[in-house]
Design a protein around this ligand. Sequence first.
Ligand SMILES: [Zn+2]
Ligand SMILES: [Zn+2]
Length: 362
Amino acid sequence: MKATVFTPPETKLVIEEVTLDKLGPQDVRVTVEASGVCRSDLSVLRATAEAAGSAGAPPMILGHEGAGVVTAVGTDVRRVKAGDRVIASFVPECGECWYCVRGESNHCETYGGSGAGHVTRSDGSRPLGMSGLGTFAEEMIVHEHAVVPVRTDLPSEQLALIGCGVTTGVGAALWTAQVKPGATVAVFGCGGVGQFVMQGARIAGAARVFAVDPVPMKREHARQAGATDLVDPSSADPVEQIREATGGRGVDYAFEVIGNPNVIMQAYDATRPRGTTVVVGMAAADATITLPAVPLFLQEKRLIGSFYGSAQIRRNFADLVALAESGQLDIGSAVSRRIRLDEVNDAFRAMEAGEVIRSVIC
Ligand SMILES: [Zn+2]
Ligand SMILES: [Zn+2]
């Protein structure tokens, strides 16, 4: 089968023929029908290539947002069977660890970052699979805890996005922040995940949603996602613009969906007293923020993180599928381009150029 292989420090992915392993007892073999190209793929590529330097590092199959059909399962697998449609999850849910039994499975103790890719290249080397997955391939072998079966007629390109962008974004609004009806919300960063934060806020019944992004295409797209007010941070201070529109107070909930310390502080400053700032974006590994301590105390602000939308995948993937089926959640409009596996390098370029919300390999 074909896979795109990333061989650091080389940053261009190369499509090649690889051989899949035999299935282990808890493994599931999946034909990947669709895979979104997410900013985290590019972040991992960049960081890995840089850390590898000229010495190189193990090859890797990127991609962590995918959906497909199960073709075979290991001898001990009970939760899925051949023929099932599945959504892959880059955080497994083992169902038994300390976090899973507390309904906090997005912190499942079996989550181990990038692991075995379960394939061998023609030169005998063994690529890693990003986040235990590696969806930039025709097929993949993953642990049964990393797939969730779904019964739906939604197209695979939409199911794929539930694997990362939809869950991260909608979940941040619904399950992490638990936005209330009538609330005011600001979303800083209107890429794929930001668009889904706005949809989550709309589904929760937010009365007013500010979309903050310097890219006109993303602000315009935000209207479809539920934004009521478009804020261009390059034209004037976005914090001032939001305060001015909210009686000088700021919003009930501000989401930062970039991972930039300065923008996290803007989101914090745009949050009203007693409001909640939610950090959804993944910052650089060494990034820090410095908070003025007195307003934190005096204004009773809450500053919280949101990882994978605080989602419990076995339950919440089905919830998101149901919301999409009912028309309340629009996943399809986030699919800007459908591409082939060998066009993934160009998808990274298009992402950086701000040309797309999501490119999907399908
Ligand atoms: Zn992602
Ligand atoms: Zn667990």
